[in-house]
Design a protein. Structure first.
Lengths: 304, 272
């Protein structure tokens, strides 16, 4: 168990089985550290939203426990320190963006002065007087984030904030999240967009079929960087490379050599192989993409 | 709970449904006075003769009861269903419940703000009724006399209670069904048809042996309470089988029961 001083979200065997028998979340052990941006990654229907709903007390777990911001999920003391945007932003369509935020501020016992501050943060001040029902998807998402920021929370939970946004809207949302995370605030971001998670998050948890299949830093997940070499004659190339890096660092696969070494060694590798009379047809740095890791972990097929 | 009431008040004060309902209640009252005035001046146009005396300011309490029930009650059901059901369809329930006041506090704050609106509708009904009666009295050259304050207070209380309990039916249905359209449909069908048919059926069994059951139905009591206001100007009236005191108790019991059942659902149910 991690120290609660350093973790802001911690779950133990968190499980949700619906009345219909569907096991939506299965024994999830998750921990989010203070001050990090945690990516909660998984395909659609993997159990991300159900887990987040349990963390804010909208759904009761069937079994297991969770501590969020030092309190049980849904407790008023815990919710006072959490800002959440779960699934789509829920606001009154006949009220303006500003009035909607004032309603939320009243509910959360937050000063109305804060409304203008968060509108400024999400860059919606000039359009805050328009009715929420007339907003574009991007503006709705921004108001949703503004609503989540009203309490100046320690923990911000954002569930698929880029849903329905065009590429520019996604880029703006990524920038907004990075800005929000600045200054030590913890962000728990659920997404099925691998690029988004890779660019924003410090650590990720991958959920598939309701189970948390891994949880680590992005770097750990991607594994070590290396170099891929293709050279002829390959037996002699193998001897040279093994002499250079040792047998454990050289993996031969499908006519390629995968070298577990710093990509900065490329020039030296090329020089040594050439000096040994070996022809190099391919030499490039190698790094697994999050996409590859994701498909490997979730058992989903790429391009399906 | 003050924070929740403030939030509910803020969101309801610009709500088109409330503004339109206020207009409809005012319109119904004006229409009631207008039609009655026409019928009183043209005796052949009504099934029963209408006396101008019933339209003067001293009779406003008796007169507005007709506008308050069942039409006003139906509007209250619609409003209740819209308020509670739309929280689910707009996703605002999850927004409310993640702010911190707690599920029951949120619910009771919502009920308090809603019932305050029922109070405003009641006042609109009386004010428009009073204004209409003053217009009739002025045109007819009749002296303008206000009813006794105690009668006004009883009248306001009665209409508020009828609106409150019917509004609670809408709120409870909106909460149970988690949709405003279906909830208001069910609510209106109940108040305008189901209870009427049920009362006829129950009262017909064994020469009315089970009438005590129909006497416990919500709008039988609302009818009895509004009809408890009698006046010589309206002619002779038959004594209601349900006393005003019993009607008040039964209506409060329904109000409390509906609010508590909905509270229990909100407390227990997952918000998906």
């Amino acid at each position: 168990m991690e120290n609660t001083d350093t973790t802001i979200v911690e779950t133990h065997s968190l499980t949700k089985r619906y009345g219909s028998g569907v096991l939506a979340v299965d024994s999830v052990d998750m921990s989010v550290r203070r001050g990090e941006v945690y990516g909660f990654l998984g395909p659609n229907g993997a159990g991300k939203t159900t887990t987040l709903r349990m963390l804010v007390g909208l759904i009761r777990p069937t079994s297991g426990t969770a501590t969020v911001a030092g309190h049980a999920p849904g407790s008023p003391a815990g919710l006072a320190r959490i800002g959440a945007l779960i699934e789509s932003p829920g606001f009154y369509p006949y009220l303006s963006g500003r009035e909607n935020l004032k309603v939320v501020a009243d509910m959360a016992s937050v000063s109305l002065q804060r409304v203008d501050e968060v509108l400024d943060m999400v860059e919606l001040t000039s359009r805050a007087g328009r009715k929420f029902g007339t907003y574009s998807t991007g503006m709705k998402q921004r108001i949703g984030v503004a609503g989540a920021l009203l309490k100046d929370p320690d923990l911000l939970i954002l569930d698929e904030p880029s849903n329905g946004l065009d590429p520019q809207g996604m880029a703006e949302m990524r920038k907004l999240i990075k800005d929000i995370a600045h200054g030590g605030r913890t962000v728990l971001l659920s997404s099925h967009l691998l690029g988004e998670v890779e660019q924003i998050c410090d650590r990720v948890g991958v959920i598939s079929g309701g189970r948390l299949v891994t949880q680590s830093t992005v770097q750990e997940l991607l594994g070590e960087k290396g170099i891929v070499v293709r050279a002829q004659p390959s037996d002699r190339a193998g001897e040279v490379l093994t002499r250079m890096f040792g047998p454990k660092a050289v993996v031969r696969e499908n006519g390629f050599f995968h070298l577990k070494t710093d990509p900065g060694q490329s020039v030296e590798i090329n020089r040594q192989l050439m000096a040994s009379g070996i022809g190099v047809s391919e030499l490039r740095p190698y790094e697994r993409s999050l996409e590859e890791v994701f498909f490997q972990l979730t058992g989903e097929k790429q391009g399906s | 709970m003050i924070a929740t009431i403030k939030a509910e008040w803020r969101k309801n004060r610009y709500r088109p449904a409330f503004l339109v309902s206020s207009g409809i209640v005012a319109g119904i009252t004006v229409l009631l006075y207008g039609v009655s005035w026409y019928q009183a001046l043209n005796p052949g146009t009504a099934r029963q003769p209408m006396s101008l005396l019933t339209l003067y300011p001293d009779q406003i309490v008796n007169n507005v009861m007709g506008a308050g029930f069942p039409l006003g009650a139906a509007i209250a059901i619609v409003l209740g269903a819209l308020i509670a059901g739309s929280e689910y369809t707009w996703g605002t329930m999850k927004t409310s419940l993640t702010q911190g006041p707690g599920r029951l506090t949120t619910w009771f704050g919502r009920v308090v703000a809603f019932e305050a609106w029922m109070g405003i509708l009641t006042v609109i009904l009386f004010v428009v009724g009073a204004a209409s009666s003053v217009v009739v009295a002025s045109f007819q050259g009749h002296v303008i006399t206000a009813p006794a304050l105690v009668d006004i207070a009883k009248g306001l209380g009665t209409i508020w209670l009828v609106f409150a309990v019917n509004g609670a039916i809408g709120l409870a249905l909106g909460t149970v069904i988690r949709s405003s359209a279906a909830a208001l449909g069910v609510g209106l069908i109940y108040v305008l048809a189901v209870e009427v048919i049920a009362v006829r059926f129950i009262d017909s069994i064994s020469n009315g042996a089970y009438k005590w059951i129909s006497d416990l139905l919500v709008n039988q009591n609302a009818t009895a309470l509004t009809q408890s206001f009698t006046s010589a100007a309206f002619g002779p009236s038959s004594a209601p089988t349900i006393s005003a005191q019993q009607a008040v108790l039964v209506l409060f019991a329904y109000f409390g029961g509906l609010v508590i059942v909905a509270a229990a659902l909100i407390r227990q149910r997952d918000v998906t």
